[in-house]
Design a protein around this ligand. Structure first.
Ligand SMILES: [Zn+2]
Length: 625
C-alpha cells in the first residue's frame, strides 16, 4: 500500500477531531442539529489550520447516510466517496488555478442540476481570494439566488481580498493559529500511535517551527520519521533534520554579540556553517532568539518559550541583563541584515558583515540613548556658544557687567598713535576680563536661534566660499547675529570698532556682503574704513562661517531702503525682523558728558583714541552697585 503522508492519514474526520478550532466546530454542529445551515460559508485563517478539513467534514455531515448525531459516520458510501475524493456531488475547486470567468460559468451551469446521489451539491472553493474580478461577479450571481440543493464553502488565507458583496452573502468563520501546546500534544499522540517515541522537547521544537499550522507540523514530523532508522525522535535530531540551530549555539552567538566580541561571534558562525546550517536560517533564528528575550521580559511563562527547555535559565539571564532599547535596535538591524543577505550574491559574506556590524553596536547607540546624547550635546553646544565672545551669558543673579559704549580702558602705554591711523589695533585693555563681559543674551529664543544658525553655517563646508546665493541669512536671525558680532568685537577687544557700530543694525547679509545701517554720517565714514570692515568681516566669519564684507550706510537714506528691500526679497522669510531692535542692556550704565570723564581716565590711550576718532560718540559710565 502506498505511503500516506501523516497529515493526510491524521486528517480529522469528525468535528471533534479538528484541533484548536472548537469555536467553529461547535456552532456548525449546532446549526446542523437545528437544521439552520446557511447556503454559503467563508472559512478564513492561516494555512494548515484545518479549513479544508472542516469543509470536508461539513460536506460529509450534510450528505452522510447514517450520521452519528451531527457527525458523519465516515463509513457509508457517501462518506467514503468524499474521503476518497470520488464523490460526484462534492467539488473541490482550487481558485488559484481556476480563477477565470469560464471556470465560474461552468460552476454556475453545474449548480443548476440536482445532485447525483447526495442530498446537497457541495462546492468547496479554496483560496477563493484568487478569483478574477469577473469570476467574482459571476460567483456573486450564483450566491444571490442559490438553489436549495447547493452548499458553498469558500476558504481563504486572505479574506481582505474578497469583495464585500461576496462576504455579505456568506457566514464567516475565522480559523485561529493552533497553539504550540496543542500542536505539540497532537504530535506526541500521532508519534505514539505510529509506533515512534518523540521527545517532548523535540515535539515542542516542531510545534514552534510550524507557527500554528498543524499540517506543517505533521509534515515536519513525517520528515523526521523518514530520516531515521531507529524509532526515536530526539531534540537534537529535530535540530539536524530541520536545519535548526540549537538554542545553546544561538545563545552563545548572541552573548558574543552583546559583549562585542567580534572574533568569537564569527567563530560561532563558522562552526554553525560547518555543521551544515544555512547562513540565512542562522540569521532568522538569531532574530527569533532576540524576540524570545523580549517576550521573556514581558511574560516569562509565554507559550513560545517552551522550546528552551534546559536552556531557559540562559534565556532568563539574557532577559535580565540586556536592555530593551538595545535589543530593539539589534532586532531591527538584524531584519535589515537578513534582507540584505537574502538578496546578496554572497549570502555568507553579507551575513558575516552583518554579524560584525551587530557586534559593534552597544546600548549607547539606541534611539533613546542617542536622544539623551543629542540633548547633552545641545546643552553643551549652547553653553559653549555662551562661553565664546559671540554670546556670553552672565549668571542671572549678577548685574550685567557690560560696558557697551563706554570709551573704555585705561591703557598702559602713553604714546598716542597718529589720528590718521584710527583703525590700528587698540592696545590691550587693563580692564579685568569681567568688565569686558557683555550682558546675557542667550536666554532669548531669538538669540538661541541665531546662535544655532551661526553654528550650522559655520559647520557647513559650503557656507563660506561658494555660490553667492547660498550665504543668504534669514532676516529674523539678524538681531541675534548682530549682537553676536558686537560681543565678538568687544571681546576682541576693539572698543573703537564697537563704539562705531554699537548703534548700528544689520539690515542685510547675503552674496558675501553685509549691510549695516548707522544713525550718523560720521559713523558711516568710520564704518567703511577698511580696518573696521576687516574686524567686522572676521567677526562674521567666526559666527556664521562666511566672511561677509560689511558696508555701512546711513539710516533713512535710499541705500538703506535698497538693502532692506534686498533682505525682504530673501525667499526664506520677510525682512520685518531686520528692523527689530537689538537689545543691549544699558540699564547698568549711565550716559555721561565728556566733561564728566575723570581726569585719570582721559589719559587712557584707547579712550583718547576713540574720542579723537568719534568725537561726538555717546559715553557711558558703569554704575557701581
Ligand atoms: Zn456516512
Amino acid at each position: 500500500m502506498a505511503y500516506l503522508a501523516l497529515y493526510r492519514k491524521w486528517r480529522p474526520t469528525v468535528f471533534t477531531e479538528v484541533i484548536g478550532q472548537k469555536h467553529i466546530a461547535i456552532p456548525l454542529e449546532r446549526a446542523l442539529s437545528e437544521g439552520r445551515l446557511a447556503h454559503a460559508y467563508l472559512f478564513s485563517g492561516p494555512r494548515g489550520t484545518g479549513k479544508t478539513s472542516m469543509a470536508r467534514i461539513l460536506a460529509k455531515a450534510v450528505n452522510c447516510l447514517s450520521p452519528d448525531g451531527v457527525n458523519p459516520c465516515n463509513h457509508c458510501q457517501n462518506c467514503q466517496d468524499i474521503n476518497n475524493g470520488a464523490s460526484l456531488d462534492v467539488y473541490e475547486i482550487d481558485a488559484a488555478s481556476n480563477r477565470g470567468i469560464d471556470d465560474i460559468r461552468a460552476l454556475r451551469d453545474s449548480v443548476r442540476t440536482l445532485p447525483a446521489s447526495s442530498k446537497k451539491k457541495v462546492y468547496i472553493i479554496d483560496e477563493v481570494h484568487m478569483l478574477s474580478k469577473e469570476a467574482f461577479n459571476a460567483l456573486l450571481k450564483t450566491l444571490e439566488e442559490p438553489p436549495a440543493h447547493v452548499l458553498f464553502i469558500l476558504a481563504t488565507t486572505d479574506p481582505q481580498k474578497i469583495p464585500v458583496t461576496i462576504l455579505s452573502r456568506c457566514q464567516s468563520y475565522e480559523f485561529h493559529r493552533i497553539s504550540t501546546a496543542d500542536i505539540s500534544e497532537h504530535l506526541m499522540h500521532v508519534a505514539s500511535e505510529t509506533g515512534f517515541s518523540l521527545d517532548k522537547e523535540a515535539a515542542d521544537l516542531i510545534a514552534i517551527k510550524a507557527e500554528g499550522g498543524l499540517r506543517d507540523a505533521l509534515s515536519m514530523l513525517d520528515k523526521c520519521f523518514s530520516s531515521i532508522s531507529s524509532r526515536e525522535v530526539t531534540a537534537s535530531l529535530v535540530y539536524d533534520i530541520l536545519g535548526l540551530t540549537e538554542k545553546k549555539d544561538l545563545i552563545q552567538l548572541a552573548d558574543y554579540i552583546f559583549s562585542h566580541e567580534k572574533g568569537k561571534t564569527l567563530t560561532v558562525f563558522y562552526d554553525l556553517l560547518s555543521q551544515g546550517k544555512d547562513a540565512l536560517s542562522i540569521l532568522a533564528e538569531l532574530q527569533s532568539y532576540f524576540r524570545d528575550i523580549m517576550i521573556y521580559k514581558i511574560n516569562p511563562q509565554a507559550d513560545e518559550l517552551i522550546s528552551y527547555g534546559n536552556e531557559l535559565p540562559l534565556l532568563k539571564k539574557a532577559a535580565e541583563s540586556v536592555d530593551s532599547d538595545y535589543l530593539d535596535m539589534l532586532f531591527s538591524e538584524l531584519a535589515h541584515i537578513y534582507q540584505e543577505a537574502k538578496t546578496s550574491s554572497s549570502v555568507r559574506m553579507s551575513a558575516e558583515m552583518g554579524l560584525l556590524r551587530l557586534s559593534r553596536y552597544d546600548s549607547s547607540m539606541t534611539i533613546p540613548m542617542l536622544a539623551r546624547r543629542i540633548k547633552e550635546l545641545e546643552s553643551r553646544l549652547e553653553s559653549r556658544l555662551e562661553g565664546t565672545p559671540v554670546v556670553r551669558a552672565a549668571p542671572a543673579s549678577k548685574p550685567a557687567p557690560a560696558a557697551p559704549s563706554a570709551p573704555v580702558a585705561p591703557v598702559s602705554h602713553r604714546e598716542p598713535e597718529p589720528v590718521t591711523t584710527p583703525a590700528s589695533p587698540v592696545p590691550p585693555p587693563v580692564h579685568s576680563p569681567k568688565t569686558l563681559e557683555v550682558s546675557p543674551v542667550s536666554s532669548s529664543p531669538q538669540q538661541v536661534t541665531a546662535s544655532a544658525h551661526a553654528v550650522a553655517a559655520a559647520e557647513s563646508p559650503s557656507a563660506s566660499d561658494e555660490a553667492a546665493n547660498s550665504d543668504l541669512l534669514a532676516p529674523s536671525s539678524y538681531p541675534g547675529i548682530w549682537q553676536g558680532i558686537l560681543d565678538y568685537v568687544m571681546k576682541k577687544p576693539r572698543i573703537d570698532v564697537y563704539s562705531c557700530f554699537q548703534k548700528g543694525k544689520l539690515i542685510y547679509a547675503g552674496k558675501n556682503r553685509a549691510i549695516i545701517s548707522v544713525p550718523q554720517q560720521f559713523l558711516v565714514l568710520a564704518g567703511n574704513n577698511k580696518s573696521y570692515q576687516k574686524v567686522i568681516s572676521d567677526a562674521f566669519k567666526a559666527l556664521t562661517g562666511t566672511a561677509y564684507i560689511p558696508k555701512t550706510v546711513l539710516a533713512g537714506t535710499g541705500e538703506e531702503a535698497e538693502a532692506l528691500a534686498m533682505a525682504a526679497s530673501n525667499p526664506s522669510e520677510p525682512a520685518k525682523a531686520a528692523s527689530q531692535e537689538v537689545s543691549t542692556k544699558k540699564e547698568e550704565y549711565r550716559k555721561i558728558s565728556k566733561s564728566e570723564i575723570p581726569e585719570k581716565d582721559k589719559e587712557e590711550h584707547a579712550l583718547s583714541e576713540a574720542l579723537k576718532f568719534i568725537p561726538d560718540c555717546d559715553i557711558y559710565e558703569k554704575i557701581d552697585d
